[in-house]
Design a protein around this ligand. Structure first.
Ligand SMILES: [Cu+2]
Length: 179
């Protein structure tokens, strides 16, 4: 009997220990996940990225805009390493107006909805790609050809402003279509 209660007393703390280890594993998973995400950010052969305060901005690109077309869309992955932040404004000299959009399913159709800002919760990668959230350019002034580099100013509530270069590319980077 004694040995059983001894084993029981042993097994109980052991259980707790393993739970604690799991919790430790879980929390150590977060930086690992962030690390993998960062790797993805730079994995594309022709990628570029930026750091503004706690925000990492991955490969920023847009679709070329043919002559006569007035709208364009830009994409980039964002990752906030610090306290919760948000992308609150964007502008570019090549377009009259820039908006944040999200693609949402409404019944059987996908619709673009304007959003006043893009929330950037701590440690949570936020994708901007042709399937979802994106930056919309209205009143595009000139043709944007493949290979062009287009400046885009991003303003974050906490991290401040940064000018990134949108690379005009026909195709989405492989890591953004690989799902
Ligand atoms: Cu849109």
């Amino acid at each position: 009997m004694k040995i059983f209660s001894y084993l029981f007393s042993l097994s109980f703390p052991r259980k707790r220990e393993s739970r604690a280890t799991n919790a430790g594993l879980f929390s150590s998973c977060i930086p690992a996940f962030v690390g993998i995400t960062l790797l993805l950010f730079s994995a594309a052969a022709y990628a570029h990225s930026y750091q503004q305060g706690d925000i990492t901005i991955g490969h920023a690109w847009m679709r070329p805009v043919p002559k006569g077309v007035k709208v364009g869309a830009a994409y980039m992955p964002l990752l906030n390493w610090g306290a919760d932040d948000a992308l609150i404004a964007a502008s570019t000299p090549v377009a009259e107006k820039v908006e944040f959009h999200n693609t949402v399913k409404n019944g059987d159709v996908y619709e673009m909805r304007q959003e006043s800002k893009v929330e950037l919760p701590k440690g949570q990668p936020v994708a901007m790609n042709p399937k979802g959230r994106h930056i919309m350019l209205f009143g595009v002034k000139n043709e944007i050809k493949p290979g062009d580099k287009v400046p885009l100013t991003l303003e974050f509530a906490k991290a401040g402003k940064i000018v990134v270069e949108l690379w005009a590319e026909e195709n989405a980077p492989a890591h953004e279509t690989g799902h």
